[in-house]
Design a protein. Structure first.
Length: 183
């Protein structure tokens, strides 16, 4: 059986990161011994149980709070994985749901229109697109290609953006009170 990951919240209960169930169980044990180093589990998966070699059953942690405040990054790194999370794993032109392998990064205003190519690679100028839409758009703006963006690309807010979650994974029900709904 594949066990679900654990959502880690900062001390102010904002989403911080997602970790594996194994790491969550280790940190829960550490937190009981050295409180400032571990986590405090606040919710478990109801039907997800680990059975030890001796037959003892342990519930898998679903949501936990860090035992110390973690200072957040000022900016989220612009990577394909984070773009997939921001764009809800869908092409921003046709809306098709994409896997990481089927997704491409599209520069809304083409890189060839910039004097310095690195200036094109910003949160406000990049979106996730399927191969078909990215090829159709080519080195044109969406208007020139006769295409329309489904959402306006923006830099994610570091206070609400959390890392570690697979872009194609849906948030478990146990997380609903702590994270934005993800389709």
């Amino acid at each position: 059986m594949k066990h679900k990951p654990c959502l880690i919240l900062n001390q102010d209960y904002t989403p911080l990161t997602v970790i594996s169930w194994k790491r969550a169980m280790r940190l829960e044990c550490i937190g009981q011994i050295i409180p400032e180093e571990g986590i405090r589990v606040i919710d478990y998966y109801e039907n997800d149980v680990i059975v030890s070699a001796s037959g003892q059953e342990f519930l898998v942690p679903a949501v936990a709070v860090s035992n110390r405040y973690v200072k957040r990054r000022k900016k989220i790194p612009l990577k394909k994985r984070n773009l997939l999370i921001r764009d809800s794993r869908s092409c921003q032109y046709c809306g098709e749901e994409l896997s990481p392998k089927g997704a491409t990064i599209d520069h809304v205003k083409p890189r060839c229109k910039f004097k310095v190519k690195s200036h094109a690679h910003t949160w406000e100028n990049t979106v996730i697109a399927c191969y078909s839409c990215n090829s159709k758009k080519d080195n044109k703006t969406p208007e020139q290609a006769g295409m329309k963006l489904l959402t306006v690309p923006r830099e994610p807010d570091p206070n609400t953006f959390y890392s570690g979650m697979s872009p194609w994974m849906k948030s478990p029900e146990e997380w609903k009170d702590y994270v934005r709904a993800r389709v």
